[in-house]
Structure formats: C-alpha cells, structure tokens
Design a protein around this ligand. Structure first.
Ligand SMILES: Cc1ncc(COP(=O)(O)O)c(C=O)c1O
Length: 438
C-alpha cells in the first residue's frame, strides 16, 4: 500500500463506505486495455468500465493524443458568449448519431448536469410556450439521474434522497421497471404496468400540469432493471397525447452499450424530446456530458425568450476544448472499430454465458440487456448492500472489478473485450459468489 492512514484521511470519497475503505484501502495506479493495475502490481480485469465509462478499454492512444494536441493548442476557452471549433464539430457529430429532428446539443461536465439541464430546459420550454401550469416532473423508482438537486428529486434510489429534506416536491415516481419473474433473458415480455401507472399519475396530477417524464432505457445504477420492450414506446405515446416532454437518460445506455450510438430509437423505436449522455462520451478521460434537444424546443427559446440571453444556464468548464477533442476521438474510434454495434454481435454469447450462473447459491436473479448484466443476491439480514459490497471487494482481490449497486452486482465490460475475458470475468464472479454463500 502506497499511502499511509494519515494520507488517506483528507479525501472524502463519493458514494463510498469511507470507514471501510480507509481501514483496508484498494488503490488503482495504472490501466491498460481491459485491465487496471493496483499499487501493489496486481492486474484487475475491468468488468464495469471503471464506472460505466471506458467503453473502448483503457489508455487508448488515439484519445490521449487528441487531448494532448488540444491542450497544447488551446488550454481553455470560455463558452459564454464565445466559442471554439471543437465544441461545434462535436455537437454536429452527435446530432448525426441522434434521431432525426434533434437540432442542438447543450454541453455539461457530467451526467448529473446533463439531467439537471434537461429538466430545466423542459420546465422553461413550457413557460415560454405559455403553458405555465406545467411544473410537475415524473421520474421512476430506482431511477438514477445524478446527484444534483434536480436529478436527485426525480431519482428513485431511496438512500440518495432519504436525508435531503428540501428537494423538488412537485414530482411523482413511476413504479419499478421490472418484471416479477426472475432469470429472464433480455427484456421481459410486454407488460402494461408502466403505462397504466403513468396514466394514473396523469389522472391524479392532471396531464396539463406535467412538464416532463424522465426515464433510463435500462435503470443501471438502480440494479440493472430491464423494462419490457414496449415500456418506452408506451410512455412516449402517452407523453405525446398529453403534451408532456419525454427525456430519455442515456448517460450509460448510449455510446454502444446497448448496440447503438443512442439506444432510444435504434433499440426501442422511440424518439424522445430530450436525450442525455455522458460517461463513455470521452471514454471516461475528461468530464463531459451532453443534453440533446429537438430543434423545435431550441427554436422556442430563440423565438419566445424576452431576454437577450435565450437560456440562463451553463457551466464554466462544460464543452472545454480537451473534453470535446477527446469525445471526437472516441466517436471516430467507435466508428472505425465498429463498436457502436458490437453489443449486438456479442448478445447471444453474453446472454448464454451470464445465465450459466443461474443455480449458484444466494443468486436470486440475473438480468441482461445489451452489454450489461445484473446479478441480484440474497442480502445479509438487516444490512442492505453489505452482501454485494463483500462480493465486490473479494472480486477485486481475485482480479475482477465489478460494481455493487444495493445487493446487485453489475457488469458492463469494455465493448472490445475478448471472449476469454468474458469467461475470466464469470469464472471469478462464480467462484466468489460460491465462497460467499458456502
Ligand atoms: C442514468 C444516469 N444518469 C445520470 C448519471 C449521473 O452522471 P454523473 O455521475 O456523471 O454525474 C448517472 C451516473 O451513473 C447515470 O447512470
């Protein structure tokens, strides 16, 4: 271990069991390809792309070179009332990958900011349209839309909001987007419960009062919850009928994760009004998020705002030159290596491989969609989250990085991973689960 207890004290680590970490720290000091390297020289296979970020694998020379070139030419440029070329080029490239009708991209530094931006755009849009009663927002139980106050308010992960007693109140949540049945391969069969729940909210709140519905195509941080394939299109239809904007949060599900640049239209046949992305957009190298909007929404701001500035919103570092250059290199590499669709090529193998773990002791469900998987575990009595945390730690020590979300272990491997790597991941995970429940 390279750091002493005193040296570990100052950093208050996010979403972490700080006491447990600092009693027994694990430090990462390098990364290459599909592996992390720890401070004591161990190689750890990255089964979760860091934190759902490094879809192209680690330390890609194309991305490093693009960042270095960008930094050496233009270290920083303000984007309030000024611009730089890479941001315009990137916005244009993203729109070419987005569904038809999308017209503009608003850059942020993170997925949280992309979601807060989307919510603010939706709320402002209705005000500008003169639809001034539309202030209500609809999220979903176990949904995660970031750590900002907006995202937190429409998110549905209990511990994130439990002690925050002053958040947005004018909010409803749809029920869990999952089937009662377990060990389903891919999306569960068609099921009307999400549509029925949305109609019920509309009846209670009044459709004319709802500004937007925000959902993830697959709720990843909530435990890889896979809705039935009709869910998103049902929600779209109801939103359209009621003048409600649909925000699809693709912070994880875009950039090839579900087999497309953006999954909403290509995988679910749905064109939303607003899309958010982040994470793998720069392969995790430099913070960058983006909120994509339909052209008509942006046009409303241009036509109807009665101030010089059409949207009073933005972030100092958002869309900075190095981040945009990194993202341009990512998009080019994804295209050159055909990685936007690799999740589709791998689907059969992935699905078969992960479902072979069914029958392991303590494993109560396996869920998958695209190149994602969730393994639900029997919790430790009166200690929610502890079981998955123990498995996460043991996997790391055995050479595999996974993510513990509640009592679900998530896998989200690099899109260019080999079949041997998949086998290695699942061998380590099986071994650790067996030992935990022995
Ligand atoms: C769907 C979704 N939205 C938003 C976020 C927040 O992104 P960030 O952590 O970059 O702020 C996340 C993070 O996991 C996410 O999964």
């Amino acid at each position: 271990m390279t750091l002493t207890a005193a040296e570990l004290n100052a950093w208050w680590m996010p979403f972490s069991a700080n006491r447990l970490f600092k009693d027994s720290p694990r430090l990462i000091t390098a990364a290459e390809g599909a592996y992390y390297i720890t401070d004591d020289g161990n190689r750890v296979l990255d089964g979760i792309c860091g934190l759902w970020c490094t879809n192209l694998g680690h330390s890609r020379s194309e991305i490093t070179a693009a960042i270095q070139q960008s930094l050496s030419q233009l270290d920083y440029a303000p984007s309030f009332q000024l611009g730089h070329p890479a941001a315009f080029t990137l916005a244009d490239k993203l729109l070419k990958l987005a569904p038809a009708g999308f017209g503009q991209v608003f850059f942020t530094n993170s997925g949280s900011e992309a979601c807060d931006t989307a919510l603010k755009i939706a709320l402002t849009y209705h005000q500008l349209q003169g639809d001034t009663e539309r202030t209500h927002l609809v999220g979903r139980k176990q949904g995660y839309h970031g750590a900002g106050f907006g995202g937190l308010s429409v998110g549905g992960i209990n511990n994130n909001a439990r002690l925050i007693k002053n958040r947005l109140e004018d909010v409803s949540l749809l029920p869990l987007p999952r089937s009662e049945k377990c060990f389903i391969k891919g999306a569960p069969p068609a099921d009307p419960h999400q549509a029925e729940a949305l109609l019920e909210i509309i009846q209670q709140v009044g459709g004319h009062r709802i500004a937007a519905v925000i959902v993830e195509p697959v709720a990843c941080s909530g435990g890889v919850l896979v809705p039935s394939e009709n869910t998103l299109s049902d929600i779209r239809e109801i939103c359209t009928e009621n003048g409600i904007l649909l925000i699809v949060d693709e912070v994880i599900t875009s950039m090839g994760r579900l087999g497309a640049a953006f999954s909403c239209e290509e995988r679910f046949g749905v064109v939303p009004d607003i899309i958010t992305t982040a994470k793998a957009l720069t392969n995790g190298t430099i913070p960058l998020g983006a909120t994509l909007v339909r052209g008509n929404i942006h046009q409303t701001f241009l036509d109807k705002s009665d101030t010089l500035i059409d949207f009073y919103h933005g972030y100092t570092f958002a869309g900075n030159p190095a981040a945009c250059s990194a993202a341009l290199a990512v998009l080019e590499t994804m295209e050159n290596e055909k990685l936007f669709t690799r999740a589709l090529d791998l689907n059969e193998l992935w699905q078969q491989s992960i479902h072979q773990l069914q029958g392991l002791p303590g494993l109560t469900d396996i869920r998958n969609y695209g190149f994602l998987a969730g393994f639900e575990l029997d919790p430790v009595k009166n200690s929610p989250g502890l079981r998955a945390w123990k498995i996460f730690r043991e996997c790391f020590d055995q050479g595999l990085l996974v993510r513990a979300n509640g009592d679900v272990i998530a896998l989200c491997p690099p899109l260019n991973v080999s079949t041997e790597h998949i086998a290695e991941m699942l061998a380590i995970l099986s071994r650790v689960i067996k030992r935990e429940f022995a």
